[in-house]
Design a protein around this ligand. Sequence first.
Ligand code: PEP
Ligand code: MN
Length: 366
Amino acid sequence: MKVDLAVEPLGSWIQTDGKPLIIAGPCSAETEEQLCETARQLKALGAVHAIRAGVWKPRTRPGSFEGMGEAALPWIQRAKAETGLPFAVEVATPEHIELALKYGVDILWVGARTTVNPFNVQEIADALRGVDVPVLVKNPVNPDLALWVGAFERLAGAGIKKLGAIHRGFATGEATKYRNVPMWQMAIELKSIFPQLPIIGDPSHMAGKRAYLNELAQMAMDLNYDGLIVESHIDPDNAWSDAAQQLTPAAFGDMLDHLQIRQVESENLEFQGVMDQTRRNIDNVDRQIVEMLAARMALVERLAEYKRDNNVTLFQPDRWKEILKTRTELGQRLNLYPELVEEIYKIIHMESIRKQTEVMNNQPAV
Ligand code: PEP
Ligand code: MN
């Protein structure tokens, strides 16, 4: 599926001098001093293009800090005036949009708990009709790509052109080291549906803990993301929300200094030659993989015909166990992840059973 969104390039609404877009700021605007001091220190790094701050906080459970609301908006105006940096705020209702725009918020984002609900997203899109403001959309909490895609379609349908995606990871119900599992392939798929759409990585909400921010930010850069949004607070341990994942502006500056930003392609001719040759070799190996799959499937078909003609059952568990064991062991000896070989063989086996069932149900030609 490829849908055309009339997305304007990032550079049309924020100046980054060709560098990845860096948005940083506290999870929540807590006090005027906390917000303005964080913004000042981030500005002093010289590498931040916009400040983020949560004003309305959608909390999964009631009773946690739910944001300062409208009271925080004049602080944003002051921090903007002091730093000259544009501000980004999360909006979840038409009322939030109206207030944010009234106080001169420059960039809006739709949070993960809002993207999951098409009714809310449509209300937001309707409220934005005719407004020319950049809108970033976080992935939905659950790994459902269609909800993310649908949110862009709704916003684009309302005429919003300055669009971007924020990849903040997914809640899958499985216990992992990260607060939200990245599932990078989801963002890659989104990018293949909307090639023009900028994607910004949110390592803070993926990580949940400071210790994992570097590796996640680096991964986003290695996947050629267009930028990062990172939570930074002058006193992270005492933050009113997401304390464990926020960084002081100084620590954030340190993280940026250590990020390796690789070029997408190199102009170097020798490099291009090696790339071309290697890609041709990969094409060749891929062709062999597909041919081998077809050859394997032809054998399965013959086997199925033979089973059918001799009245033998289709599925023999011991044989499947042996296949799985020997193939993953071989993979391991060849330095492949055992899970990789296992997953591939599960798919092959499923197709093999499907094929055999088809053969079994087809009577032999007489
Ligand atoms: C946030 O950015 O502070 C936030 C609430 O994020 P998410 O919507 O990704 O949970
Ligand atoms: Mn947060």
